[in-house]
Ligand binder design. Sequence first.
Ligand code: SF4
Ligand code: SF4
Length: 99
Amino acid sequence: METFTYLKNVVTLKLNIEKCTGCGMCTIVCPHRVFEIANKKANIKDKDFCMECGACANNCPEEAIYVKTGVGCAAGVLAGLIKGTEPTCDCGTEKTTCC
Ligand code: SF4
Ligand code: SF4
């Protein structure tokens, strides 16, 4: 998984380091190991590994992470095509169990 990257420099992932408490939840839930903890704060190792699933933002207790979900997620892209909407897979809601 770690060698599987997406388009360069298009990922919407953003980390507000001021809000981060270094709890490590993002390192646990991210399926592509985008985050690491360094100096007691989260650090994005390489944004281009992110598939915009939204799991990190949904599980960060400090709301320190922003990502526009569904853009790079296969389930989200397909759902958008079927519904005729922007890509979205409703991660973190009762409608889905993917993330
Ligand atoms: S889950 Fe949020 S608060 Fe916890 S380490 Fe990650 S960014 Fe920081
Ligand atoms: S959106 Fe998903 S793939 Fe991207 S950093 Fe967050 S948990 Fe990892």
